[in-house]
Ligand binder design. Structure first.
Ligand SMILES: [Zn+2]
Length: 442
């Protein structure tokens, strides 16, 4: 028996003796559509779509799989979501048709996938694949900018509104990543969007936006927000360029959440990329992959509470880094020093630890001569173990292949490295490590 409803096409299985419906199976199936990216990309996007059977026989912008659940529609003024038309394509090869919508749909897919991918595994805003509706403005100024809100109490869905005004289109990967993270911060710990928590929302929102863009594009992180559409909304690495607060001394309660929240974004930038050229102690940066694990863990483990301010998120980040990388680890020290750079001083035993000091460990190292022009000798004190020696530059990148150290002493050849400051790290089989600053001079 087959019932062709208006939109969906179901097969019903009926008990022949009783006439009861025992099962029904939808004939509708998802699809993998292709669409052309908006400038500046020259690429092909693979977008998750759904098939409408019935009298329509076409595909529409809805991701509806076991892991993704969101739909993109055109925002017509005065019509609610239900009244706004589905965006459809007959053969699922969208090319440049409905390009603003396919682009927003694609970036929602990227944001969703970023949070649900390794090592986060967070499915949808609430970790239970709660649905998100994406509403893209059809005409200019229906929606200025972009915003995410929980606006559908009846269906318990999130609504992302993507604005368009003239050549300004707000559906960039970093802005959609930013908005998506609002729903994550609210669903995970209930972070409110007022007072200092409102600042944190915007500052860490930009950090998450950079992370989503980095997840999609790879390479070095892009710290400018909205620049893919020439918007240049904010610069996370240099808040002063977008007239936002650079450190805690510039907090101004009369200004908006973006202004005061920029300090959290700058902290994240310094933690990720380092800031070696400022005043001592310098921060070498732990790389964006480790930094983003810290901000995600802050929420995932509940180190942040609903009305968190700067002091609390600073402590939360130290707790998260300690849990991930070890108490008083190099990553924890960097986390604290990065906060110090924006004039926030989280409490903790490692607060005064300098990255060049020997931390309290089961082993210690001595490096000489330092500075050196060709070779360093590392002498190790502690129990015999398999140790691994790694050398990083000031941006946190490995500059030599890791070298295993089985004896109490080893010689490291640095003659191939450019003159400059490096970090030499020795790690034991328990993951404990000691890091020392070394200087190469030619
Ligand atoms: Zn925001």
């Amino acid at each position: 028996m087959q019932n062709v409803s208006r939109e969906f096409n179901y097969k019903y299985y009926v008990n022949a003796l009783t006439g009861n419906v025992v099962d029904s199976i939808s004939n509708s199936h998802g699809g993998l559509g292709t669409a052309i990216c908006r400038s500046p990309y020259n690429c092909q996007q693979y977008i998750d779509t759904d098939w409408r059977g019935g009298i329509f026989m076409d595909y529409y912008l809805r991701a509806h799989t076991s892991s993704r659940l969101f739909e993109t529609r055109t925002h017509f003024p005065r019509l609610g979501w239900e009244g706004s038309g589905k965006i459809t394509d007959a053969d699922n090869d969208w090319q440049t048709d409905h390009q603003y919508k396919t682009t927003a749909h694609f970036h929602m897919q990227n944001a969703w996938d970023y949070f649900s991918a390794y090592p986060r595994y967070w499915r949808g805003p609430d970790n239970k694949s709660k649905e998100i509706l994406v509403w893209v403005a059809q005409t200019d100024n229906v929606q200025k900018g972009i915003k995410m809100e929980f606006a559908d109490n009846k269906h318990k869905r999130w609504l992302l509104m993507v604005g368009k005004s003239g050549t300004d289109f707000y559906g960039t990967v970093d802005l959609i990543g930013h908005e998506y993270s609002h729903s994550f911060m609210i669903e995970s710990v209930g972070l409110v969007r007022q007072g200092q928590s409102g600042w944190i929302h915007e500052g860490l929102g930009d950090a998450f936006g950079v992370c989503v863009e980095h997840y999609v594009d790879g390479g070095n992180p892009d710290w400018s927000i909205g620049n893919d559409e020439n918007l240049q909304v904010r610069n996370v690495s240099a808040p002063w360029q977008s007239l936002n607060a650079n450190d805690y001394s510039e907090i101004d309660y009369s200004k908006n959440d973006y202004y005061n929240g920029a300090i959290a974004g700058r902290w994240f930038f310094i933690l990720s990329d380092g800031e070696p050229y400022g005043n001592t102690p310098w921060v070498s940066g732990i790389g964006i992959d480790k930094a983003e694990r810290i901000i995600f863990r802050m929420f995932e483990s509940g180190f942040v509470t609903s009305n968190a301010g700067y002091n609390q998120i600073a402590s939360a980040s130290v707790n998260a880094a300690s849990q991930l990388y070890g108490v008083c680890s190099w990553e924890v020290t960097q986390t604290i020093l990065a906060w110090n750079k924006v004039l926030i001083y989280p409490k903790g035993n490692c607060t005064t630890a300098s990255i060049s000091s020997i931390l309290t460990k089961s082993f210690g190292i001595e490096i000489y001569p330092n500075p050196s022009n060709s070779k360093f000798r590392i002498n190790l004190s502690g129990t015999p173990d398999k140790y691994l020696v790694t050398v990083f530059d000031i941006t946190g990148r490995e500059v030599l292949n890791p070298i295993s150290m089985v004896d109490k002493t080893i010689i490291i050849d640095v003659s191939g490295l450019a003159s400059g400051t490096y970090m030499c790290q020795v790690k034991n089989s328990n993951g404990e490590f000691v890091t020392k600053k070394v200087i190469v001079t030619h």
